[in-house]
Design a protein around this ligand. Structure first.
Ligand code: ZN
Length: 184
């Protein structure tokens, strides 16, 4: 765990220095989206909110439809809950957004694409994906498309990891270990 924690810090520092990313200071909205994530009834708790003029205009948390076993990402639900344009808004997310949906949902836009399409001005991300195939990539994609990115303060990391649950983190950490092994 410690080894990966160190790796995480290295990647984080690299991203932060390469893209001029700042740490978010608005504790109110960071706590707001953490509470939104807690509403998820799935093991993996993820939340998303959109803020405009200091008001939360939409929120969403991860859901799974029991009917067809389709999972709905927090960002997707958040955009579906919008009553007005999200253009120029700030989106707070507890986890780095996905850059592609799995094969089953090929016709569904990734959350990173949704953010770009909806012209969100800035995204504030809780923790990075631990999966090395994704880690930091959505941030790069957002940055390349002119979306500002900032990150939650490190003090939130424990609360954010708790939302993801032990099984998910172990699964992702194992992927990371394999990835590291492959590199050596
Ligand atoms: Zn997604």
């Amino acid at each position: 765990m410690k080894e990966i924690d160190d790796d995480y810090k290295i990647i984080l520092n690299k991203i932060v220095s390469n893209m001029n990313i700042e740490l978010e200071t608005n504790d109110y909205f960071m706590n707001y989206v953490i509470n939104e994530a807690k509403k998820s009834k799935t093991e993996l708790k993820i939340g998303a909110i959109i803020v405009k003029n200091d008001i939360v205009i939409a929120s969403g948390h991860r859901k799974r439809s029991f009917k067809d076993n389709r999972s709905f990402h927090a960002e997707e639900i958040c955009f579906n809950n919008l009553n007005s344009s999200a253009k120029g808004g700030i989106m707070y997310l507890t986890l780095e957004p996905c850059i592609q949906r799995n094969n089953k949902y090929q016709n569904v836009l990734s959350c990173t694409d949704l953010i770009i399409k909806n012209k969100i001005e800035k995204v504030v991300i809780g923790v990075l994906e631990i999966n090395p195939d994704i880690c930091g990539r959505s941030i790069q994609q957002l940055y390349d498309n002119g979306v500002n990115v900032s990150l939650f303060d490190y003090k939130y990391k424990k609360a954010l990891y708790n939302l993801l649950g032990k099984d998910f983190i172990e699964y992702q950490f194992n992927k990371w270990k394999l990835y590291k092994k492959g590199k050596k």
